[in-house]
Each structure stands twice: as structure tokens, then as C-alpha cells.
Design a protein around this ligand. Structure first.
Ligand code: DGT
Ligand code: CA
Ligand code: ZN
Length: 577
């Protein structure tokens, strides 16, 4: 785990402990804010300290700086070590459960003598917690729902978390064992860009004499909890982060294609493929594709060969779920899916004007580096108080800054002045039309009232001529919030009727691939956005792209693959001019 994240966790835990102890709320809030800043920090702390960058960050003061320096020097923070001794630590880990805060745990601790996770879960389930003052049936019901979400999130982690971790393991292998490796890639659910991931499956091709060396280096990956298997064809490590397993399999270069096909899955895709092979008198395994009668090996070095020999089109990994792709491939009718290089810009990101941590200029420079033709700065509106949303007056000031940055970089990238405006409880918007119409592009999102059906709210928002995109339509937050119920059929109809696009929000994985597929079938336009709150999160459109491909989206389905004129036209035609 990198140092920024480690220290962010330390601050978060200190805040939890202080809250458990009933300390000064101001200090608790400060620690939580620092944790959030560190979590999203755009560079490593060491560099930030050396370059002096850190002194410019709003919200990091003297005593925080001292703790950062102490942590970089000693690997821990003394204050944290002292605080840990004052509380039942295991119990405090349960603040990970949505709805469970230090205060809840404190009550359980004091009134029922609960000290362990197990006891807390038991008390929650058997009703003894429900009998305490302040714990009505409704609250306990909410906690039980939270417990269920938490338990699920212990099983599977979201792709947005898994993907960079997979990249780190691959980078490590390439650096440490590159000389012995012919090819290396991630297989399994990560290669399929599935929304959630249980474990990692890494595949390497190399000549057999090098296998041992590769496995010996693999089990020395830093930050592992345990080596569960150390062999010469397969090894398994348990990663410290998120307690995930990671398998490494080594194969001969000759079997690369068939092994990659096999270990990419999905299981049901593979089962169906084997059935079809059987009908054609063929047999497929991780070693190759064979003629059943003669036993002759027909191929397996390249993945494409498997599909070709089975008489079908190559099937992209993202749609290998046995949901109709095999039948279509046999008819040669798999569409060309949208690709990363098709993306021309990112239309949702935050800056330090609201809850982002980078400046407009820093975001613009980072987007230029990504090679985008355009981008949209889309900060929160006033009713998002925790996100430091902007009033119309502050938006006007922001416009001035956008103009200044445009003067500097306007020849390299088109900077749209946008907004993520709150959809209020009654479906009206947080800014009047007169203000909305000044923006180049408007995204409307729900940030409150997550526990009810929000179909009507979204429909009303789409009817506003200035709303171009509905942000994170289901309000999902993995491991934390399931997302509210929506009549998606009606949302799709309205989106089509009003020419409003729906967002594929990468940070939140919302829409998910199943809803994307429905939107694509209906011909509703989608936008793949990062929703980055720092330059460090801009990469995440790759996640949205993966979900779009899993949802069978083609380039034409995605609005931000079109040139700027088309986006402008999209906005203007809805405004009726
Ligand atoms: P996960 O780990 O639950 O996120 O999902 P996967 O798809 O990565 O599943 P995993 O790790 O159990 O297996 C990796 C791939 O190996 C899987 O996608 C297909 C292949 N595989 C595993 N078990 C079986 C099996 O019983 N039959 C077949 N045909 N393939 C399997
Ligand atoms: Ca897996
Ligand atoms: Zn939002």
C-alpha cells in the first residue's frame, strides 16, 4: 500500500478513536478532512514535501505537517500509537460497516460490554442492540442492511480498486522477472472488466527452464500477507491490501493463447465453448485445441485461433459471459465495441472550487497530457454542502478563472465550463435556468434522498432544457450504498425523448454493464466520465470504458467519442436554438 493511503488511514482511524473517546469534534473533523486530502493526493508525500507543494494545500496546518514528517521518517505516528492503546481496536474496525460509527460502537461497548466484531454482529442480529436507548427497530434494520453490504464487500472488491492493484503486480513482475518472461497479462474477471473482483489471475508465458525463477520472484512481491502455494506452474499469494488472493500460472509460449482463453473465462462462456467444440469434433483445454479423433493439436499459440477454429468471430474478453455473444459470433455479428482511443474528452471532474483537490489549471494540464481534445470542469452546486458546492456568485468567479486558463491553454484543449447541479427532492434543480444556461454543458445528479424511488425526480430533471446528462443515475456507491430503485425503462424512454444522455461514472461504476446494455439497445446516448476529484483519478475512464464494452457499447453510443461540434450541437438542439 502506498504511503499516502497508509497515512490517510491513520488519520481516519485517529478520528474514529477520538470520536469513540468523546474528544473535541473540531479535532475529529480536522483529522477526517486531512485523511480525505491525503487519500486523493496527486503525488507522493515525499515529493510534495521536498518541492514545497504541500505548504500550499489548504487544510494542512502545522501539527498535521509535523505528523506527515514523522510518518515519513519513522513509518508511524506516535500520537496514533498512544491512542490505539485506549480503545478496543478490533471493535473499532467495524466503522467500515455503513451506518456504524464510533458512537454506536461506544454505546454497545459501554452498555453491553461488547469488545469484538463477532459479539457486535451477534448483538445486532439477536435484537439485544435494538433494545438499547437510541436504537429503534428502524436503525437496527438499517444497520443490518449495512452489515450485509459490508460482508459482500469483504468477498469481492470493485474493479476501480482492483484494476490499479493488478497493474502494480504486473509492473512488479515485469521489473523483477522481465528477463525470464515472454508474455505476461492479467486474466480472469479483471481482464473481463467485471464490476467486482474476487481474486487475481496472472498468466505468464516463458520457457520451462525459467519457471522456477519467475515463481520465486513472484512470491517475493512486497506487501503480501502470506504465501499460500509456491510451485513451478502455479503459485498463490495473499495480498495484504484487501486480503485478496493472486494466482500466477506459467505456461509454455506455445500454449499462451489457449491458456489465456481458458483463464479469462468466464466459466459459463468456457462451458458453452466446449460444447460447441464437441459438436464440431474438437476439444479445447488450457494447452491447446485438438482434433478429437486423431488427437492432433490444431492450435493454441494465439487466442484468436481458438475462436477461428471453432468457426466464429473473435469475442472481446469483456463480453465473454455466455449472454448471447457466442451465438452472434457464430453468425459473425459481434459489433465493434468502443475503444479507449475513441475517447476524445472527459466531461465530469471536480476542482478545489468544490470538493476536488487540484486547481482548474492543474486539471487542464493533466487532460492535455492525456491527449484529450476537450474536457469539462463540473463542480458541485450550493446544496451539496459537504462537497463545498458553489453559489451562483462563486460560479461567476470560477468562470473568470476558466477564462484565464483558456487564454493559456485554449489552443491545446477546449475547456468547457460545466456544473454538476443537484437534483433537489422535488426534481427541480439547485440553480435557476438563467444561471444554468450560461454553462457549456450541464450534468444533473442526485446527492440526497437515497432511500426512495427516484424515478420521478430524474424524469423531471431531464425535462429541463439545460440538462444534458444525468450523473451516476442509480446513486450507487460500492460497499456503502446499493443505489435507489429506478424504473429504468421509463428513464430510458425519457432520455431518448428529451435528448438527455446518461452517465457511465467510472469512480462509482454507475451505470453498471447490465444497465448500459439496456441503454445501448434503446439507442440512448451515454457518456464515459471519470468524476475525478484529483488529477490522480483521471485515469479511471478506463474503468468506465471497460463497463461500456461489457455493456456492448459501440463508438456511436458514447457521446464523448464525437468531435466538439457534435457535443455543442447536442447541447444547443435541446436548448432549442
Ligand atoms: P472472480 O475471481 O470470482 O472475480 O472471477 P473469475 O472469472 O476470475 O473466476 P476464477 O478466478 O474462479 O477463475 C478464473 C478463470 O478460470 C475463470 O474465469 C475461468 C477459468 N475457470 C475456473 N474454474 C473453472 C471451471 O470450473 N471450469 C471452466 N471451464 N473454467 C474455469
Ligand atoms: Ca479471479
Ligand atoms: Zn456526483
Amino acid at each position: 500500500m502506498d504511503k499516502n493511503k497508509q497515512l490517510a488511514q491513520i488519520f481516519e482511524k485517529m478520528a474514529d478513536i477520538l470520536e469513540f473517546l468523546g474528544d473535541n469534534p473540531f479535532r475529529i473533523r480536522t483529522y477526517r478532512r486531512v485523511a480525505k486530502i491525503l487519500e486523493n493526493f496527486p503525488m507522493d508525500l515525499e515529493t510534495a514535501l521536498k518541492s514545497g507543494y504541500i505548504y500550499k494545500i489548504k487544510g494542512i496546518g502545522g501539527s498535521t505537517l509535523a505528523k506527515i514528517e514523522e510518518f515519513l521518517k519513522t513509518g508511524t505516528v506516535r500520537k496514533y500509537e498512544e491512542l490505539k492503546k485506549k480503545v478496543p481496536l478490533e471493535l473499532l474496525e467495524l466503522t467500515e460497516i455503513p451506518g456504524v460509527g464510533p458512537k454506536t460502537l461506544k454505546t454497545a461497548y459501554e452498555k453491553l460490554g461488547i469488545r469484538t466484531k463477532e459479539d457486535f454482529i451477534k448483538a445486532l442480529k439477536d435484537g439485544s442492540l435494538a433494545r438499547l436507548p437510541g436504537f429503534g427497530a428502524k436503525k437496527v434494520e438499517k444497520l443490518l442492511k449495512g452489515l450485509q453490504l459490508w460482508q459482500e464487500s469483504q468477498e469481492r472488491i470493485p474493479l476501480i480498486t482492483a484494476y490499479p492493484l493488478a497493474q502494480r503486480i504486473l509492473d512488479y513482475l515485469k521489473t523483477a522477472a522481465g528477463q525470464y518472461i515472454e508474455k505476461v497479462t492479467i486474466a480472469g474477471s479483471v481482464r473481463r472488466m467485471k464490476e467486482t473482483i474476487r481474486d487475481f489471475d496472472i498468466l505468464v508465458s516463458a520457457t520451462r527452464k525459467n519457471w522456477k525463477k519467475i515463481h520465486d520472484l513472484f512470491v517475493r512481491f512486497p506487501d503480501i500477507e502470506d504465501v499460500q502455494l509456491h510451485g513451478e506452474t502455479k503459485s498463490t499469494i495473499l495480498l495484504k491490501e484487501y486480503k485478496r488472493q493472486c494466482d500466477l500460472r506459467t505456461v509454455e509460449p506455445d500454449s499462451w493463447g489457449s491458456a489465456l482463453q481458458y483463464f479469462t473465462g468466464s466459466k459459463y462462456h468456457n462451458i458453452k465453448l466446449r460444447e460447441i467444440a464437441k459438436e464440431k469434433g474438437l476439444k479445447i483445454s488450457e494447452y491447446g485445441i485438438y482434433d478429437t479423433k486423431t488427437g492432433k493439436r490444431l492450435g493454441g499459440q494465439r487466442e484468436e485461433e481458438i475462436y477461428t477454429l471453432l468457426g466464429m468471430q473473435y469475442i472481446p474478453p469483456e463480453i465473454r459471459e455466455n449472454t448471447g455473444e457466442i451465438e452472434l459470433a457464430l453468425e459473425g455479428k459481434i459489433p465493434k465495441l468502443v475503444e479507449y482511443t475513441d475517447l476524445r474528452g472527459d466531461l465530469h471532474m471536480h476542482t478545489n472550487w468544490s470538493d476536488g483537490i487540484n486547481t482548474v489549471k492543474e486539471m487542464v494540464k493533466a487532460c492535455i497530457e492525456l491527449g484529450y481534445e476537450y474536457m469539462a470542469i463540473s463542480d458541485h452546486s450550493q446544496s451539496s454542502k459537504v462537497a463545498n458546492g458553489l453559489t451562483p456568485e462563486r460560479f461567476n468567479k470560477q468562470k473568470e478563472e476558466i477564462e484565464r486558463v483558456r487564454k493559456l491553454y485554449g489552443d491545446k484543449i477546449e475547456v468547457l465550463w460545466s456544473v454538476e447541479v443537484d437534483i433537489l427532492p422535488d426534481g427541480s434543480l439547485d440553480l435557476p435556468d438563467g444561471v444554468l444556461k450560461q454553462f457549456d454543458f450541464v450534468t444533473a445528479s442526485i446527492h440526497s434522498g437515497f432511500n426512495r424511488d427516484n424515478t420521478e425526480r430524474i424524469i423531471k430533471a431531464m425535462e429541463n432544457p439545460y440538462v444534458n446528462l444525468i450523473g451516476h443515475p442509480f446513486g450507487k456507491q460500492y460497499g456503502y450504498r446499493e443505489g435507489y430503485p429506478l424504473d429504468f425503462e421509463r428513464i430510458l424512454e425519457k432520455a431518448k425523448e428529451t435528448n438527455t444522455a446518461l452517465e457511465i461514472n467510472s469512480q462509482r461504476e454507475d451505470l453498471d454493464s447490465q444497465h448500459i446494455r439496456l441503454a445501448v439497445e434503446k439507442g440512448v446516448k451515454l457518456v464515459i466520465n471519470s468524476d475525478a476529484h484529483s488529477i490522480a483519478q483521471l485515469w479511471s475512464v478506463k474503468i468506465g470504458l471497460g463497463l461500456a464494452r461489457r455493456g456492448w457499447a459501440k463508438r456511436e453510443d458514447i457521446l464523448n467519442t464525437y468531435p466538439m461540434e457534435v457535443i455543442r450541437g447536442f447541447v444547443h438542439s435541446k436548448r432549442g436554438k
